[in-house]
Design a protein around this ligand. Structure first.
Ligand code: NAP
Length: 314
């Protein structure tokens, strides 16, 4: 496992981190038993994963993690979790809601301190209100010792060009120790402005959902490429109709998904790539991909030429 520094937090985090959200939600979405969930989390730790991401909003993920990590030395992992500052499209009014959420997360996770506490899924239209109303409470929680660092995460499909994070890093870089965004083969926008800003201000970047779901589902990938061809965003003869990205599979790159994880890590501003798999074989494959997190230079260049100005959902 490779380790990178999570920006100004100074935490040395595993390049592959584990996410208990996404479609699989630590097996809540794929029907894992308690024992299988425990085996998955233990395999993460065995592989050297030391950063785990959760949220009060991921079903029972925090409780499951609390159970699976019971007895694991606290210095073996860093825990990142989140609180959603909005409900029904409006910013929550009561700052104590965040305090109560942190207390509940600590209880469910069976820990004394959250390493990275994040505002979950902030859209550009509510950013100012979230900062004004709720950021001071994050500082209070830091002073009380319940959380160590403060982060913010985006709502990718509502903000594919990362305008919320670009503003956050331009207007309030001191507020954010970490940001969580989506950067991958089919979502390269962040490389234009957001990732350079994060590097400039020494803000740690957690890369989320980098292969979900088009790279893991060939039918959906083909459909997206068809759509981009029809909209003349890529040229008609740029890629084959079937298995359009299979040219990436060669040598050490054993699948399109592996190529996706390698690309996701191959930027100097990225501190960690979160994988949200619920299957140990997939976890091991993803780990192998991130053990050598680069693509051949010509393939990377071709991906940048093909998709550098595009994003899913844009
Ligand atoms: N706004 C936010 O704050 C936000 C939004 C999204 C995500 N996140 C965080 O980021 C984490 C990562 O996102 P994600 O869960 O979407 O991650 P991801 O790893 O990009 O995608 C997970 C999906 O890919 C599949 N998959 C993973 N490895 C595979 C492989 N080798 N072969 C085939 N399929 C594979 C998984 O299915 P299997 O289970 O079958 O492997 C699952 O359906 C989340 O868990 C969450 O912690 C945060």
């Amino acid at each position: 496992m490779q380790y990178r520094t999570l920006g100004r937090t100074g935490l040395e985090v595993s390049l592959m981190s584990y996410g208990s959200g996404g479609p699989s939600r630590l097996g809540q979405g794929t029907g894992l038993t308690d024992a299988e969930q425990e085996a998955l989390v233990r395999r993460c730790l065995d592989l050297g994963v030391n950063l785990i991401d959760s949220s009060a909003n991921y079903g029972d993920s925090e409780e499951i993690l609390g159970r699976c990590l019971d007895g694991v030395p606290r210095d073996a992992f860093y825990m990142a979790t989140k609180w959603s500052p909005h409900a029904d499209g409006r910013v929550k009014e009561d700052p104590e809601d965040l305090v109560r959420s942190v207390d509940s997360s600590l209880r469910r996770l069976r820990i004394d301190v959250i390493d990275v506490m994040q505002f979950h899924g902030v859209t550009p239209n509510i950013y100012d209100e979230v900062v004004e109303r709720h950021h001071p409470t994050m500082r209070r929680l830091q002073e009380s010792g319940k959380i160590r660092f403060v982060g913010i995460t985006e709502m990718f499909f509502q903000d594919p060009d990362h305008s919320m994070l670009t503003r956050a890093l331009t207007e309030h870089p001191g507020h954010w120790d970490t940001v969580m965004l989506k950067y991958g083969i089919l979502n390269q926008y962040a490389a234009k402005e957001t990732l350079p800003l994060a590097a400039q201000h020494d803000v740690g970047v957690m890369n989320m959902a980098s292969v979900r779901v088009k790279l893991t589902r060939p039918d959906q990938l083909e459909e997206l490429m068809r759509e981009w061809r029809d909209r003349e965003l890529i040229s008609a003869d740029a890629l084959t109709e079937a298995n359009p990205l299979d040219w990436l599979v060669s040598g050490a790159v054993d699948s399109v998904v592996s190529a996706g994880y390698r690309f996701a890590a191959d930027h100097p501003a990225i501190s960690t790539v979160i994988t949200g798999t619920s299957r140990i074989p997939n976890l091991e494959t993803n780990n192998a991909a991130l053990d050598d997190p680069t693509l051949p230079a010509a393939d990377k260049r071709r991906l940048q030429e093909l998709f550098g100005d595009l994003a899913e959902g844009a």
